[in-house]
Structure formats: C-alpha cells, structure tokens
Design a binder for this molecule. Sequence first.
Ligand code: NAD
Length: 436
Amino acid sequence: MKLSIIGAGYVGLVAAACFTEVGNEVICVEKDQSKIDSIYAGNIPIYEPGLDELIDKGIKSNKLRFTNNLEEAVKFSDVIFLCLGTPQEDSGKADLSQVEEVSSKIAELITDYKLIVEKSTVPVGTHQLIKKNIERYSKRSVDFDVASNPEFLREGFALQDFMHPVRIVVGAESERAKELFKELYKPFTDGGNLLLITDPTTSELIKYACNSFLATKISFINLIAELCDKVGADVTQVAEAMGLDSRIGKEFLRAGIGYGGSCLPKDVSAFIKIYESNDLDNGFLKEIHKTNERSKKRFVEKIEEVLWINKNKKIAILGLAFKPNTDDIREAPSIDVVKKLSERGARLSLYDPKAMSSFKKLFPENNNLKYCEDVYSAVSDADALVIVTDWQEFKDIDLKILKSKMKLPIILDARNLFDPTTIKSLGFEYYSIGRP
Ligand code: NAD
C-alpha cells in the first residue's frame, strides 16, 4: 500500500519504519526540517532500540522517504496516518491544534478517496471534528473516511510492540475503511486474529481506558508502598503475591517514584476532562493522579529527611529518562527531583545513558549542576546517590567500586533496584520504596 505518516516523532517514526518493513511504500511528513536533515544524515532524532537500522534499510530500499511537503504525501497515499502530538493544555485537556491544522490542510489537498487515520491519542469524538473540518476546508466534494487506530507501543520496546502487537484496535465506519485496515494489518495480526474492529468513538475511548488502567495499577501499588513504609512491610512481596493471581497480573505493579512520560500523565488528565465535558465526575481517576503526584513528592522529601541539609551537598542523580531504553524526558520524575534539589542548593552531578542532551535543554549546566560521562564519575566524592530510572546499566553497577568512589555510602533508590539486605551488608545506608 501507499501510506503517508504525518509527524516524525516517537510514534510516526516507528510506524513509518515498520509499515515499510512489511512491504508498503511510505512517505513520512515532518514540519521540522532539522529532523529530516538529521534522519538523512543517519542520526535518528530519538533513541529507540533498533529504529536507526530499520529506517536506514527503508530509505536504502527507496520505499521510505521523509519530506516537509504535505501535498506530495497526500497525493501519493491511499491511507494517511496522523501521528501528531496531542500534548496537555494547562486546563488538563488534550491540545488538538496540530491535528486541526493538519486536517484542514489535508482537506485542501484531497482529490480522490483517502482513509485518514487518527493514530495520535485524541479525545472521544475527535473523529467527528476531523470529518467536519475536512468537509469545511475542502474545495470540492471529496470522498474520504476518518478512522481511529490508537497506538499502544511502549517506548523502549516500540519495534517489537509494533511488529508483534498483542492486539490492534481500529475504529472505522465504512466497509471500505475496514477492508483497508484488514489488508494493511494482515502481516502484523496473525492473519487478522488480533484485529479488533469497533466504531471510532469506542476505539478512541479504548486508548484512554487502557492508559488510565495502567496508571491506576502504578498508583495502586504506590499507595500500598506508602503503608508498607509506615508499618515495615515489603511492597515487592505484596506485589509478587498479588501478581500471581491471573485476575490481577504482575505487570505495572512495581512500586517507585510514580509514572511519567508523554502518555500516562496527559492521558489521565485528558480522560478526567472528557468525563467533565460529558457532565460526569471521574473522582476515581483524580485520586490516581493525586497519588502519583504524592509519590514524587514523598521521594523528594525523603532525600531531605535522609540528608538533613541538602545545601552544598554533592548529590549524584542516575537516570533522567522517564523510563529505561528511551531518551524521552517528557513528564519524567527526574525533572521534579532535579528542580527541588537545585532549589535546596544541592550540587548535582547527573548521568543518563541516553537522555542527557534533551535534559540539558531544560536544565543547562551551571556551577551547581554538572553532566557526567558515566556512573562512576557522577558518584565521585558524592554525599549521596539518588537513582531515578531503572536502566540495566545501573542494576549492573559494581557496588564495591561505587562505595570506594563516594564520600558517603548513601543510596536513595526510587526504583528498588537492589536487594536491601545485600546492599546494606556492603556498608551502604540504603533507602528504597516500601521496603524495610
Ligand atoms: P512527538 O511529539 O514525538 O511527535 C509529533 C511530531 O509531529 C513531531 O516531530 C512534530 O514536529 C510533528 N509535527 C507537528 N506538527 C506537524 C505538522 N503540521 N506537519 C508535520 N509534522 C508535524 O509525539 P509522539 O510521542 O510521537 O506521540 C504522537 C501521538 O501518539 C500522541 O497523541 C501520543 O499521545 C500518542 N502516543 C504516543 C506514544 C509514545 O510512546 N510516545 C505511544 C502511544 C501513543
């Protein structure tokens, strides 16, 4: 098939690479020319394991192209995927300005049938707004469908998730659109077995329901961790026992500093707003959000409790990305940690395997904030080590070397990376989440 993907971000790049890999011809449209230049120079603007090779392969096969010319892409393709950002507005609602802008432009360019697909996460009912917008801006009577096809990839495992999905959700009305999706997703869905076709409204709602449920699991276990901290119980054992029950499942039951990233925080907020705009109050999700905020706050307070005075203390921070195997720092808990410790006058030495260049844009280097080349230079002469992201590299730290480099062997671990008994036996003062 001939496809266009609008937006070369995390979702757009992965979709473009994977759709090309299974034999489609793809044009990816990106308005930021520097991203296109960077891709053609061999530097993919995001870090996602395996993505650079796949994009390189697609470009070399002449099946994948990048452009800032929307017209070229619209003319070329049968199916147009909107992979645009839908960030959070100050009110908590999803900001749909990128979707509105692009759909208006597409309207002016369509001359024959197109299937326009919302792959971005958009509020329930957005397909109707896009449809109306296209009708409003098109210069002639045009034949098109608007469908919903939410994306469920996890950053860090995006290629695997896209190529081998556990399900694909499509919300389409016309038979023509449904048939196009069946054809397109055949290579990914075990001959169609994993393809769930609904109406567009239901499909839009499914994405928010999934992300809100995942956020709920994380906040739930963090709530249990709060109590474990008070009564001396072990949250990892609680989670293990809960997770063995197949009705509960073990995923997303790891206590920590709370969820971050470009999806869960904004989607929970947007879902709350969707309820409000339908005259309903989702008090339940509001509590999930509050619990998450409290998890971050509690950890930052713990640093002060443990170190007493933070001013002038050298604190090493390991992990800036919102989770391992990505360079994405959107809504990362590390932002809260670095902001608060900087305000308290601590001297910070930061290290992350992939996220330092984006973090530097938020927090430029200064006398009290330095970026380091590796774990051991970050912890050198530190009064304490704070672990914020669970990169494998941190799990593999040589604890004896670590101890020899630090001024004081104090670790505050927001991801429960180490066994408390083992690490304490090595002479560390160790604080984790919900474990004695
Ligand atoms: P992103 O911000 O990384 O990518 C959006 C891209 O669109 C950017 O490169 C931006 O420059 C480009 N863009 C903006 N306006 C444009 C225009 N007029 N023409 C062409 N390009 C334009 O966002 P993302 O993380 O890829 O997420 C995209 C959507 O998918 C969001 O709705 C998000 O909620 C959803 N989603 C994201 C993930 C994830 O893990 N990142 C997973 C599932 C769903």
